[in-house]
Ligand binder design. Structure first.
Ligand code: GUN
Length: 279
């Protein structure tokens, strides 16, 4: 089998264009959507992600502000910055780029963001609503995966989905979204016994482990949809968590790296920012 590629870049461009159209009437009403991006320290991967996010804002017509804070910023200073952005009228979305330097309590600072401006969907209020299947600001990467499934016409209800990785950013919210959509969901982690057998039952396999080429052909059910969330820097360049060349011979659909899930994360961030501004 030769898997069909799910072109995340093309879908993301379409979403961003659509956002630009949604922004027009907001602008006319004097409410240009605004995003504040906070980055603490000099993590090179974060710098690339943040640059892509700011660029996408420019493309869509979203106002953006970059707040680059030094690596020795303490929790109190960061909380003050968040408090001031919570109050800022022209800011509708606040994104705190992760990871944060050690010594800062992630849960505490994420919970300090006004839930109405929490365009990453990491605030307990938004996670709680997602858990109940209620409208809210939902995390961008899993939202992007769901949107790719929807636009590719892949049925979710009744299918078996397996997620490899249980992070708060991807694995857990991905599980909630797939459950809400009617899939039968299994979430695996590094200690899962007989991972290949479990992965091999998936109609939809989501790889979010952060290990280059971790998913091999024998872990994939023939015809399965494989969504590769990994972005790993290797001597051979950027690669996903899925061994792409092996997987494409078995899967029915697959997302490439780069050009798959990554651009969708950015597009959903823009979409969440427009949603937050529209109120
Ligand atoms: N670091 C890696 N992925 C993400 C993300 O989706 N949002 C934020 N804020 N930080 C990240």
């Amino acid at each position: 089998m030769n898997a069909k590629l799910i072109d995340g870049k093309r879908i993301a461009d379409d979403i961003i264009e659509n956002c630009a159209r949604r922004i027009d009437p907001l602008k006319s009403a004097g409410k240009t959507p605004g995003l504040a991006v906070i980055m603490v320290g000099e993590n090179p991967a974060s710098q690339v992600y943040v640059r892509n996010k700011v660029r996408a804002c420019e493309k869509a017509g979203v106002y953006s502000e970059m707040h680059h804070m030094s690596a020795d910023t303490d929790e109190k200073t960061l909380l003050k910055k968040i408090a001031s952005l919570n109050e800022a009228e022209k800011i509708h979305g606040i994104l705190l780029q992760l990871p944060l330097p050690t010594g800062i309590d992630n849960e505490k600072v994420l919970a300090a963001i006004n839930p109405q401006k929490d365009v990453d969907g990491f605030h307990p209020f938004n996670i709680g609503r997602l858990c109940s299947g209620l409208p809210a600001l939902w995390p961008c990467t899993p939202s992007g995966c769901m949107e790719m499934l929807r636009r590719t016409g892949i049925p979710v209800a009744g299918g078996r989905a397996v997620i490899i990785g249980r992070s708060n950013i991807v694995g857990k919210p991905m599980a909630l979204m797939l459950i809400n959509a009617g899939a039968t969901v299994t979430v695996c982690n590094s200690q899962t016994v007989d991972l290949p057998a479990i992965a091999g039952e998936a109609d939809i396999l989501v790889a979010a482990v952060g290990r280059a080429n971790f998913i091999s052909a024998e872990m994939i059910k023939p015809g399965a949809v494989v969504l590769d969330v990994g972005i790993n820097r290797t001597p051979d360049g950027l690669v996903g968590d899925v061994n792409f060349n092996e997987a494409r011979t078995v899967a029915g659909h697959i997302t490439p790296v780069p050009g798959g899930v990554g651009p969708m994360t950015v597009a959903m961030l823009i979409s969440n920012t427009v949603q937050a501004a529209a109120g």
